[in-house]
Design a protein around this ligand. Structure first.
Ligand code: CTP
Ligand code: MG
Length: 185
């Protein structure tokens, strides 16, 4: 009984991570590719600067999406080659929507973060962490509703909510230490 429960929990966390790889890697991929022209082209709203800020760049969003899709393709390759049939089967649609959604969520977050008067890179708890989850699952739901309802069960969703802050923290500390992130969050 205990063994079965532990196995079920481990399985849930593994599957949750597997589903979210394109989103997590897209989000992390934006950091090394970031820089250059900001998405808002430096423009300000009438009542204050900026629409998004210098932390959201074209290189970052496009580079990140490409990284997420490449990792997703790698996952599809492994599933095919080694017949990992027990894992959710990603498709071109699911990896593309998860990667794109993660970074769109990040951009939308920054828009509201600026409106809330928080500077680029300033901490904004909850939103800074879960923006990619909301974005990726929202876009996934739009383009692959069937796939999402089959694979993202309530417990998988709970596991995603647990994985995200852990990986976020870990990745940001690594990014900070190797000098591609200005702040360790
Ligand atoms: N980045 C980018 N383009 C994106 C997302 C991220 O260039 N679309 C890069 C930027 O260099 C950014 C870094 O990745 O500074 C870290 O991303 P993030 O934490 O999302 O940005 P912040 O600098 O914290 O900005 P914000 O306050 O708007 O979240
Ligand atoms: Mg940030």
């Amino acid at each position: 009984m205990i063994i079965e429960t532990i196995f079920a929990i481990l399985m849930t966390f593994t599957v949750a991570l597997w589903i979210m790889v394109p989103a997590y890697t897209a989000n992390a991929g934006a950091v090394p590719f970031g820089g250059g022209t900001p998405i808002d082209f430096g423009k300000c709203t009438k009542n204050g600067c900026r629409y998004l800020g210098d932390g959201k760049t074209w290189h970052g969003i496009i580079g990140g999406i490409v990284v997420g899709i490449l990792f997703g393709l790698l996952q599809m390759f492994f599933v095919q080659t080694f017949h990992w049939d027990w894992l959710p089967q990603h498709t071109i649609i699911t990896i593309t929507t998860l990667a794109t959604g993660a970074l769109l969520g990040d951009v939308v977050k920054s828009f509201f973060k600026r409106r809330a008067g928080r500077e680029r890179g300033e901490k904004w708890p909850i939103a800074d962490i879960y923006d990619l989850v909301v974005g990726s699952l929202a876009i996934l739901a739009i383009f692959a509703w069937q796939w999402m309802t089959t694979n993202v069960t309530i417990w998988i969703f709970v596991a995603i909510l647990i994985w995200t802050p852990l990986l976020h923290r870990g990745a940001n500390i690594i990014g900070y230490l190797i000098g591609i992130k200005q702040v360790p969050w």
